[in-house]
Design a protein around this ligand. Structure first.
Ligand code: IMP
Ligand code: MG
Length: 339
C-alpha cells in the first residue's frame, strides 16, 4: 500500500480475480485500474454467492466505493464492456482511457479464421492479436473515436497518479500470466503483448517508483490453455483424479495441467521483482486446507509447501487462497508486518 500491482506468475488463470476482489474490500481500494491485453482474459470473481466471469470490468468492482479504470494499453470490446457494466451495475464509477484500442469484428474474424493463430497458437479468438497488430501499424481506432464510449472516457494515467500522490490505496490489476508474455514467454505460444509487471505499469501509465508492492500470483498447480510447452504435463484423466481439471472461464476450453513449477516460479520472480507472493487453490492440493484463515489451520503438508515456496523463492507468501469464497483466504500481511 498505497499502490499495489498484481500480476500472474504462470500462464494466466492463477486466480488473480479472487485475490484482487479480496484486496479491493480488505484494503478499501479507492482506485483500481485494469491493465493487460484485453478481453482475452477472463477473471472469475465469486461475490455474494454469485460467480462473475469478467473480461473487461476490473475485478475490484466488488467494493462499491472503488473507482474502476481501464488503462490505455488495454484493448476494448465495446459490446462486451457495456454488457459487463450492466451486469455489475458499475455505470457511474467506471472509466476507460481515451487511448484504449478498440477491437472490431474484422479483428475477431481474423483471429478465428487464422490457422496459425487459432489452430497453432490456440488464441482465445477475441481479436486481440490482430487488433494489437493494427495498433502497431497505427490504424487501430481508439476509444475516443467511439460514440458509445464517450460518457466513460477519462485520463486513466492522470486519475491513477493523482490518487497515488494523494495517498489513496490504489490497485493495479494485471491479466494473463508471465509466460504468456510476447517477450518473455514461450513464443510463439504467447499473447500479443508483454504481460509482466513492467507492461502492467505501462498499460496504465504509472512509473515503477510509485508502486509499493508487487504481488505475483501463483496457483498451487500450473494450467495453460492453447498450444505451447508445459513441463511435466499430466493427462486429462490424471488431472480429473487430482481435482486439477479446469474449464477456461473465457473460452470454455479444457485447461492443460501440471504440478507447481519451482523453475517457472523462480523465473517469474526474476521477471517481476515481487515484494509478496499470493498462492491460490491450496485447498485443491490439500483438501484439509479448505476454508483456513490462518497458517496454523493448514494441514502440515500444506504448511510445508508454503515454507518451501518461501525458501526457494525468497519472497513471503502473504495471501493464500483456501476456497472460492471471498472469506476463504489467509492474509498474513499484518502478522508479517507488511500492512
Ligand atoms: P490470445 O491472447 O487470445 O492471442 O491467445 C494467445 C495465447 O494466450 C493462447 O494460448 C491463449 O489461450 C492464451 N491466453 C490469453 N489470455 C489468457 C488468459 O487470460 N488466461 C489464460 N490464457 C490466456
Ligand atoms: Mg482467466
Amino acid at each position: 500500500m498505497p499502490c499495489t500491482a498484481v500480476v500472474g506468475g504462470f500462464f494466466g488463470d492463477e486466480g488473480k480475480g479472487k485475490i484482487i476482489s479480496y484486496l479491493a474490500i480488505a484494503d478499501s481500494i479507492a482506485v483500481a485500474a485494469r491493465g493487460g491485453v484485453g478481453p482475452n482474459a477472463a477473471h472469475t470473481v465469486v461475490f455474494e454467492n454469485r460467480e462473475y466471469r469478467l473480461r473487461m470490468v476490473p475485478s475490484a468492482f466488488v467494493n462499491p466505493r472503488t473507482r474502476l479504470l481501464i488503462g490505455a494499453g488495454v484493448l476494448i470490446d465495446v459490446d462486451m464492456l457495456l454488457k459487463e457494466i450492466e451486469l455489475t451495475g458499475t455505470r457511474g464509477r467506471i472509466g476507460v482511457d481515451y487511448q484504449c484500442g478498440v477491437i472490431e469484428a474484422k479483428h475477431r474474424d481474423l483471429d478465428r479464421k487464422s490457422s496459425h493463430l487459432r489452430g497453432k497458437v490456440g488464441t482465445t479468438g477475441t481479436g486481440c492479436g490482430p487488433a494489437n497488430a493494427d495498433r502497431a501499424l497505427r490504424v487501430l481506432r481508439l476509444a475516443r473515436d467511439i460514440p458509445a464510449l464517450q460518457p466513460l472516457l477519462t485520463d486513466v494515467a492522470g486519475e491513477v497518479n493523482e490518487a497515488i500522490d494523494a495517498g489513496k490505496p490504489v490497485l493495479l490489476e494485471g491479466t494473463q500470466g508471465t509466460f504468456l508474455s510476447l517477450y518473455h514467454g514461450t513464443y510463439p505460444y504467447v499473447t500479443s503483448k508483454d504481460t509482466t509487471v513492467s507492461a502492467l505499469l505501462s498499460d496504465i501509465g504509472v512509473g515503477s517508483k510509485k508502486v509499493d508492492d508487487v504481488i505475483v500470483v501463483f496457483k498451487s498447480y500450473v494450467t495453460r490453455v492453447g498450444g505451447g510447452p508445459l513441463e511435466e504435463e499430466i493427462s486429462e484423466e490424471e488431472a480429473k483424479r487430482r481435482g486439477w481439471f479446469e474449464i477456461a472461464a473465457g473460452t470454455g476450453r479444457k485447461r492443460r495441467a501440471a504440478p507447481f513449477s519451482f523453475k517457472l516460479a523462480k523465473r517469474a520472480v526474476l521477471l517481476n521483482t515481487p515484494t509478496q507472493l499470493a498462492l491460490t487453490k491450496i485447498d485443491i492440493l490439500f483438501p484439509a486446507a479448505r476454508g483456513a484463515t490462518s497458517l496454523e489451520q493448514l494441514p502440515p503438508e500444506a504448511k510445508q509447501f508454503v515454507e518451501r515456496i518461501e525458501n526457494e523463492l525468497k519472497v513471503p507468501v502473504t495471501l493464500i487462497g483456501t476456497g472460492p469464497g471471498a472469506s476463504e483466504i489467509i492474509d498474513r500481511r499484518r502478522e508479517l508486518g507488511l500492512l
